[in-house]
Write a protein that binds this ligand. Structure first.
Ligand SMILES: Nc1ncnc2c1ncn2[C@@H]1O[C@H](COP(=O)(O)OP(=O)(O)OP(=O)(O)O)[C@@H](O)[C@H]1O
Length: 236
């Protein structure tokens, strides 16, 4: 299990995360939701060790080094110029000292032109390639920042099934998404981040309340403003 305890992080004088605690168990899917700027990506980066200048602790409770056993899907995957999709996959495997195998089985699902330069892929294809680079490796944990964003409908459905299978094999998966329906369909627990703090936690039994809670707590005032700006017919 990965345990984040009392994590706080600032960028310069700007506090972004305050006293965040969260656990990621193996064999579970944990969704992280929150408004734009709530601090989700920053939290994932602290967890993966891309930011080291935070207060609090992030530990794998059996003592495993987190980065070595965790795959990260960044919000916006970046690829070096003049590297084909296939070369990128080979590079990611070699960088972790793994043998380069056959990608065809996985690529039958995602159907990428692996011999084309990755930087010339569309946004959705780039997301697929970054996912493929994780799927061809064995990880104990996966951290996925907006994995559904940009994927076509088929790929979204496939990814949901793949994530369920990985969970079944014991992988612990932490993912962010703005698609509440996908998260509640998939996850075992949800954490709501607001202004850099954990506002709520839900287990699957309580998912029926999530949407209403979010509307009540965060959006009621905004909905009223929409109604003021766009009055219903007859109220103009
Ligand atoms: N490198 C940085 N330097 C300064 N401020 C940053 C940096 N990265 C993020 N921030 C700030 O930290 C806050 C949280 O950003 P973060 O990207 O973690 O939000 P998020 O919840 O992932 O948002 P989104 O849903 O839009 O992806 C924002 O106010 C953002 O401007």
């Amino acid at each position: 299990m990965i345990e984040i305890r009392n994590l706080s992080k600032a960028f310069g004088s700007q506090p972004v995360l305050h006293d965040v605690s969260l656990t990621l168990q193996t064999g579970t899917l944990h969704g992280l939701v929150g408004a734009n700027g709530a601090g989700k990506t920053t939290l994932l980066h602290c967890l993966y060790g891309l930011h080291a200048d935070y207060q609090g602790t992030v530990v794998e409770t059996t003592g495993l080094p987190i980065r070595a056993h965790t795959g990260l899907l960044p919000y916006e995957p970046y690829f070096y110029p003049r590297l084909t999709g296939r070369e990128y996959l080979e590079f990611t495997l070699q960088a972790r000292g793994r043998a380069v195998g056959d990608f065809n089985g996985w690529n039958q699902l995602l159907e990428l032109p692996l011999d084309q330069y990755a930087e010339e892929y569309s946004a959705g294809m780039k997301k697929k390639l970054a996912l493929l680079a994780l799927l061809v490796q064995p990880f104990r944990y996966l951290i996925l920042d907006e994995p559904f964003n940009g994927l076509d409908l088929n790929a979204n459905l496939l990814l949901m099934e793949i994530l369920r299978r990985l969970r079944g094999q014991g992988v612990g998966i932490l993912l962010t998404s703005h698609l509440l329906g996908s998260l509640t369909e998939l996850c075992d627990e949800l954490t709501v981040l607001a202004d850099g703090t954990v506002r709520r936690r839900y287990t699957a039994a309580d998912f029926g309340h999530v949407q209403a809670d979010l509307l009540d707590e965060f959006y009621q005032e905004k909905l009223a403003q929409v109604h003021r700006l766009l009055p219903a017919e007859g109220q103009v």
